[in-house]
Write a protein that binds this ligand. Structure first.
Ligand code: CU
Length: 192
């Protein structure tokens, strides 16, 4: 019979399926958490003072000069369901103001907060509010962390999530192909 011809073909199919699965899994592992850094400078500014990030982004404020600053949210400058945030861990704006200089971010230090709720955030620096050290942050689906300047139509799904989905789909397809192959050809009892 011509059964012998199927042996090399079967091996090649198995290798191909295994390679495809490995590649898909590797691709899915690239989804990384976003971090955005905002400098607080001796020029008494947040740099940049207007930033747009995707939900889940961790924003890190760093005092890059010698003058201490604070990162303090305005009570009325938050989306309704967002939690209050301020360096020093204060629960509201009044406590943060009363507590200063507790919560100061000194030279080389950082304060960070992860933003999950979409919307507009307004915040300021307690000692330099009068000098105009105020800033805003927008949390929006599809916002990128890069300096691209914002294109026209951002995708609904963040790139990392899309990669993960495609990776999982590829891995599942590879596994299903393997199982299917064994079911169809593995149990035929034609081994010699
Ligand atoms: Cu300041």
């Amino acid at each position: 019979m011509s059964d012998h011809a199927s042996t090399p073909s079967r091996r090649r199919v198995l290798q191909t399926a295994a390679a495809a699965s490995g590649l898909a899994i590797a691709t899915g592992a690239t989804g990384a958490q976003e971090t955005v850094t905002i400098d607080m400078t001796d020029g008494l500014v947040f740099d940049p003072d207007s930033t747009e990030v995707a939900p889940g982004t961790t924003v890190v404020w760093e005092t890059v000069g010698s003058i201490p600053h604070s990162v303090t949210a305005y009570d009325d400058g938050l989306p309704e369901e967002a939690e209050y945030f301020a360096s020093g861990g204060f629960d509201n704006e009044a406590d943060a103001r009363d507590g200063w200089p507790d919560g100061s971010v000194n030279q080389g230090e950082t304060y960070e907060h992860t933003f999950e709720v979409e919307g507009e955030y307004e915040y300021f620096c307690i000692p330099h509010e009068g000098a105009g050290m105020v800033a805003s942050l927008t949390v929006a689906e599809g916002a990128g962390g890069d300096g691209g300047g914002g294109g026209g139509g951002p995708p609904k799904v963040p790139t990392s999530a899309l990669d993960l989905t495609l990776g999982l789909m590829g891995a599942m397809a590879g596994a299903i192909a393997l199982v299917f192959f064994f079911i169809k050809y593995g149990g035929s009892g034609e081994e010699e």
